[in-house]
Write a new protein. Sequence first.
Length: 269
Amino acid sequence: MPELPEVEVTRRGLAPHVVGQIISAVTVRESRLRWPIPRAVRALAGRKMRAIRRRGKYLLVDCGDGHLILHLGMSGSLRLVPPGTPAGKHDHFDLLFGDKCLRLRDPRRFGAVLWTAQSLDRHPLLAHLGVEPLSSALTGARLHRLSRGLRIPVKQFLMDAKRVVGVGNIYASESLFRAGIDPRRRAGKISLEKYEKLAAAVKVTLRAAIKAGGSSLRDFVGSDGASGYFQNRAQVYDRAGMPCRRCRTPLRRIVEGARATYFCPRCQS
């Protein structure tokens, strides 16, 4: 599932091409995504794309009088293709502008193409999102404060979008390894000192993933069609039974909250 790094890679790839462009046409081939594509989206022709931003895993295209809200779902991607490029079975939505076409491909149709004219801070999909992990607002002190009294494992805490937004399964496992924290420990029992290490580890991990083009486990590709390769550099993710790159101890895999968790029982004791 595309997480924060994959969405940020997409945003950075699109921004130089879409910002300042006038939408000339909209094509909706399949409106039945996670939520139906609203009629207002079909009437975007003539609007200028003023900016493209990211909030968590959502891309927000500023069109002046409102925002186009895009989400890649479980398996989606946004690519720039030449106008007239034949659409495949899973190519559900196009925005045409200039000499390019922005195309949403979403095999599982869990993505979203929405429109809002209201304040983004009040939109039901965005209003309750937590702190952006790459912002200065994510600190060890903030994580420590948010976690007080919680009995859930720290990995589940880190992946809770209402507290910290966009840290997906791969990046939570990798960040906890960098910080030397056992993913099974109760969030409320972890010290401020450990959370300071975790806040720094999250930022390092996400920035490394963005630099690597994200992680391409299944369908994700960037706006230029290139796959990410962060998964090839993972320290623990999907390496169960293999030796830890630091201490050579065999890595372990457990399931928490229906998600696979990978860790080193020695480095994260």
